[in-house]
Write a protein that binds this ligand. Structure first.
Ligand code: HEM
Length: 397
C-alpha cells in the first residue's frame, strides 16, 4: 500500500520489547507491569534482548547522555523530524523553532486559550453527561496549534480533521482501510502546509512558519513538511490527554478535587502531579552509540534501551508513596514526562499553559463535576489517555 507509516514515536512500537504493555491489561493499567520490571533490577533485558528501565536516575541519564541517541529513520517520507534527528541536523532545526516555544513567548496565547475555553464551556450541556475529551480537552490544543502554525481560517476545520486522523496513527494502525486513509490524510496535510509555506514566502512573517521558509532559512525544503507535521501531532495528541488524565485522577480522588475547587490557583500544581502520575507519553527509547554501562550493567554499542517514563515517574527512590495522586507533592516536577536532554519537549511550556488554564476553568465552572459512566481508553499504550470520557456537571454556578 505504499504506506510504511511509523507505528509510534521513533518507531518504538516496531522495536518495542515490552510486548506485554500492548495487551489489554497493560493498556488499561501499565503500572503493575512497570513494578514487575522494577523488581528485575534497575536495568533489565526483555525477552527480545533489548534493555528496559523504569529507574528514574537511569532514564534521566540515558536521555541526557551523548552515548545514547535517537534512532534515525532514513525513510524521508515518514520521519518525525526533530524526534528522529541527532546533532548537528537536530540542533540546526531545533534552534530555529525554539524561540516560539519559550515560557515567556507562549504566554501570548493566554487570551486566546481563555477565549476558546469560554466558548467550549458555554456549549457544554448542564443537564446531561458530556464527553470531556471531544467537548473540551481536544478542541483547545487544536485551536492553539492551528493559530501557532498560522493555518488560514478557511482551512482550519479540515486541518483539524486531518491532524486528528494522522495523530491517531500514534496509537497504532488499526486496519488496512485505516492505513489507506492515513496515506490520503498525509498527502492532504502536506498540501495544506505547502499552501501556507507559499503564503508566508509571499508575505514574510516572524513566526515559526515564516522563519522556516524565509530565504535565509537553514531548513531544507524536504524537511519542512515533516517539521510542521511533528509540531501539529505533538500539539494535538498529548495535551488533550494531560487534561483528561488529570481530571480523571482528580475525580477519582475526591479529596484532591475538593482542594482544587476550594483554590483553583492550585491548577498548575495539579497539572504537574497529573504529568507525573499518569504521563501522556509513556515511554521513549535510545540507541547506545558506544560500549558503556548503566547502573553497573555493561551496555554494548548498538543496543536499544527503552526508557519507560511512566514507570520512572513512580520510582519510590524519588517520589514518596508514588502511587498516590497528591497535588500538594513538592517534587512532582521531577517527573520525566517531557523527557530530558536535547529532545526535551519543545512544547512543554505551551502544554503547561494550556492545561493549567483548562483545569482552572473546569474547576471554577464545574465544581460539582462527576464521573458519568463508562470511559474508553485510546488504543495503543505509547500515548496514554482517554478516547471517551463522560462527565456531568450537575449545578450551574
Ligand atoms: C518532544 C511529551 C506537548 C512538541 C517530546 C518528548 C516527550 C514529549 C516525552 C520527547 C520524546 C523523546 O525524548 O524521545 C509531551 C507531552 C506533552 C507535549 C507529555 C503534553 C502534555 C507538546 C506540544 C508541542 C510539543 C504542545 C508543540 C506544539 C514537541 C516537539 C518535540 C517534543 C517538537 C521534539 C523535540 C526534539 O526532538 O527536539 N514531547 N509533549 N509537545 N514535543 Fe512534546
Amino acid at each position: 500500500y505504499g504506506v510504511r507509516l511509523k507505528l509510534g514515536w521513533h518507531g518504538y512500537l516496531r522495536r518495542d520489547p515490552s510486548a506485554l504493555l500492548h495487551l489489554e491489561p497493560g493498556r488499561q493499567d501499565p503500572y503493575p507491569l512497570y513494578e514487575q520490571v522494577r523488581a528485575r533490577g534497575r536495568v533489565s533485558t526483555t525477552p527480545l534482548g533489548n534493555l528496559i528501565t523504569v529507574d528514574h536516575e537511569v532514564c534521566n541519564q540515558v536521555l541526557r547522555s551523548r552515548d545514547f541517541v535517537a534512532a534515525e529513520d532514513n525513510n524521508d517520507d515518514h520521519q518525525l523530524s526533530l524526534l528522529d534527528m541527532n546533532p548537528p541536523d537536530h540542533t540546526r532545526l531545533r534552534r530555529l523553532v525554539a524561540p516560539d516555544f519559550t515560557a515567556k513567548r507562549v504566554t501570548r496565547f493566554t487570551p486566546q486559550i481563555e477565549q476558546v475555553l469560554a466558548q467550549l464551556i458555554k456549549k457544554v450541556p448542564r443537564d446531561r453527561p458530556f464527553d470531556l475529551v471531544s467537548e473540551v480537552a481536544a478542541p483547545l490544543p487544536i485551536a492553539v496549534i492551528t493559530e501557532l502554525l498560522g493555518i488560514p481560517d478557511a482551512n482550519a476545520e479540515e486541518f483539524a480533521h486531518h491532524g486528528q486522523e494522522f495523530g491517531s496513527a500514534l496509537g497504532g494502525i488499526q486496519s488496512l482501510s485505516h492505513a489507506r486513509r492515513l496515506a490520503a490524510t498525509r498527502k492532504r496535510l502536506a498540501e495544506i502546509f505547502t499552501e501556507v509555506f507559499e503564503l508566508r514566502r509571499r508575505e514574510p512573517s516572524d513566526d515559526v512558519i515564516g522563519r522556516i521558509v524565509a530565504e535565509d532559512s537553514p531548513v531544507r525544503p524536504d524537511e519542512l513538511v515533516p517539521l510542521c507535521t511533528l509540531l501539529l501531532i505533538a500539539g494535538f495528541e498529548t495535551t488533550v490527554n494531560l487534561i483528561g488524565n488529570t481530571v480523571l485522577a482528580l475525580l477519582s480522588n475526591p479529596d484532591q478535587w475538593q482542594l482544587l475547587t476550594d483554590d483553583p490557583d492550585l491548577a498548575d500544581k495539579a497539572i504537574e502531579e497529573g504529568l507525573r502520575y499518569d504521563s501522556p507519553v509513556q515511554r521513549t527509547g535510545r540507541l547506545a552509540t558506544t560500549d558503556t554501562e548503566l547502573a553497573g550493567r555493561p551496555v554494548k554499542a548498538g543496543e536499544w534501551i527503552l526508557t519507560a517514563i511512566g514507570g520512572a515517574n513512580r520510582d519510590p527512590r524519588v517520589f514518596t508513596e508514588p502511587d498516590r495522586f497528591d497535588i500538594g507533592r513538592d517534587n512532582a516536577d521531577d517527573h520525566l514526562s517531557f523527557s530530558g536532554g536535547i529532545h526535551y519537549c519543545l512544547g512543554a511550556a505551551l502544554a503547561r499553559l494550556e492545561a493549567g488554564i483548562a483545569l482552572r476553568t473546569i474547576a471554577t465552572e464545574f465544581p460539582d463535576l462527576q464521573l458519568a459512566g463508562d470511559r474508553r481508553r485510546r488504543p495503543g499504550s505509547l500515548i496514554r489517555g482517554m478516547q471517551y470520557f463522560p462527565v456531568q456537571a450537575p449545578k450551574l454556578r
